[in-house]
Design a protein around this ligand. Structure first.
Ligand SMILES: Nc1ncnc2c1ncn2[C@@H]1O[C@H](COP(=O)(O)OP(=O)(O)OP(=O)(O)O)[C@@H](O)[C@H]1O
Ligand SMILES: [Mg+2]
Length: 238
């Protein structure tokens, strides 16, 4: 079992969006056994999206067979040490029956936060950090990745919400700046895509979904996203 988390210490950078889409791609497109642990209490955005989608589909008389969906487990009231043991046991139990476990955390990185606990316990294979053209997000992403690497945690950075108006040279310079700390940046830059935005709360955003992965549409709209998923999951090509 491989354990992956899109994570950043900044809010609204795309953690939940990418964790959700990665789980959906692995399960519905690659046919792999995926599950999500949602640590982002009390909002549980990822888990909430699933509930909203199910309600929307049930109202339309199109309820999916829930056994065909990947499980999303809410980790409530995380408490350092006690909860870490519970999560560790959960992961040991799941190891034989899952290919990929995805972790969605809130945007805080302090002592006692689940992300730091799990990293220190060596329970995460890869942390993928979204960057965007914003000074605070860039510097916070660089220091997060450096701290994680110093803890022995494998990381990968990538540029998200790319508009295409930025000068290509800017990315080259930023990549050089990140390489100063020995950090790895993905060559796959993710476009800012209106259809990826969190929609009005009605469960009808088919592109940003926990119950399906419209691969053909995604290939057309944002092909780099699939290439990034192939890179982070190790499940490339066919
Ligand atoms: N490539 C993209 N194109 C367009 N919108 C995007 C892209 N990536 C993320 N977003 C949007 O950015 C917003 C924040 O994303 P998301 O909720 O996934 O971030 P988060 O890091 O999980 O936030 P939080 O810190 O609140 O948990 C959402 O509206 C999401 O749809
Ligand atoms: Mg989130």
């Amino acid at each position: 079992m491989r354990t992956i988390s899109f994570f950043s210490a900044k809010g609204g950078t795309g953690k939940t969006t990418f964790n959700m889409l990665l789980a959906s791609w692995l399960k519905y497109e690659k046919g792999l056994r995926a599950a999500v642990l949602d640590f982002d209490s009390p909002e549980f955005n990822l888990s909430y999206t699933r509930k909203r989608e199910l309600k929307y589909l049930q109202n339309k008389g199109q309820a999916p067979d829930e056994k065909q969906l990947y499980p999303i487990l809410e980790i409530e009231d995380y408490e350092s040490k006690k909860s870490l043991q519970i999560v560790r046991n959960l992961m040991i139990d799941a190891a034989g029956s899952l290919d990929v476990l995805i972790l969605d955390f809130g945007g805080s990185f302090n002592d006692g936060d689940p992300v730091l606990d799990l990293v220190q316990a060596g329970l995460v294979d890869l942390i993928v950090i979204p960057l965007e053209m914003d000074g605070m997000i860039l510097s916070s992403g660089k220091s997060l990745a450096s701290v994680l690497e110093q803890l022995g945690q494998k990381t990968l950075l990538f540029f998200n919400k790319v508009h295409g108006k930025e000068k290509p040279q800017l990315y080259v310079e930023l990549e050089r700046w990140l390489a100063e700390d020995g950090l790895t940046v993905s060559t796959h830059r993710i476009k800012n895509t209106v259809k990826l935005r969190r929609d009005a709360d009605n469960g009808s955003n088919f592109l940003r979904s926990t119950v399906s992965f419209p691969c053909k549409e995604m290939q057309e709209i944002n092909p780099e996203l699939i290439q990034l998923f192939e890179e982070v999951s190790g499940y490339g090509g066919d």
